[in-house]
Write a new protein. Structure first.
Length: 191
């Protein structure tokens, strides 16, 4: 019989075994990535981003265009927000999206806040985080572990909140360092 014409479905036992293997490998990979990330966070120079542009003028920072006034924005699909590679759950889409404002803080404060959040996130993922960075310093680190991030620069968080809610579907924004609630979807609807 020609293999191209064989349309038999795989046996249910094979599918169950593949699903079980997928879950186990996902958890093992997340544990490995968490250990690597934890070791990297011990580096005191982790956030010392030093880029030499030479004599080239880097120019001005472009402000992100607001999409909150555009009627198309309300019907556009939201951008995918990942858990990052240090966490694993069977259905990540079931978790809410939360913004974490990453201020331009000293490296030791940023490291301590990241260790605390990442440890909780790895142990029992409770959100899909979007890191809202005031500077570019944490971007290489966050990118290495597959996290979603947005660079706010000097833009006030209040003016970016609606754009971020439409773009990512985030329900609230908290300060990574202090844990304080900065804004929530309920507040935006009430305005």
């Amino acid at each position: 019989m020609d293999n191209a014409t064989n349309t038999s479905a795989p046996a249910p036992s094979v599918l169950r075994r593949l699903a079980r293997d997928n879950r186990e490998m996902g958890r093992r990979l997340a544990r490995h990535e968490f250990r690597v990330m934890s070791a990297e966070l011990k580096n005191p120079n982790l956030f010392e981003l030093s880029i030499d542009f030479g004599s080239v003028d880097p120019g001005t920072v472009l402000a992100a265009k607001t999409i909150s006034d555009d009627p198309i924005a309300a019907i556009m699909p939201r951008l995918n927000v990942t858990l990052g590679r240090i966490a694993w759950v069977e259905t990540p889409a079931d978790l809410p999206v939360m913004g974490l404002f990453v201020p331009d803080a000293p490296a030791r404060m940023l490291t301590a806040a990241l260790i605390e959040f990442m440890t909780s996130h790895h142990a029992a993922p409770f959100v899909r985080p979007v890191f809202l960075c005031q500077t570019l310093r944490p971007i290489p680190f966050l990118g290495r572990y597959g996290f979603t991030y947005d660079v706010l620069g000097d833009a006030p968080l209040e003016s970016a909140a609606e754009r971020l809610r439409l773009r990512y579907g985030m329900q609230q924004i908290r300060d990574l360092v202090s844990g304080d609630l900065l804004t929530s979807a309920a507040e935006q609807v009430a305005d």
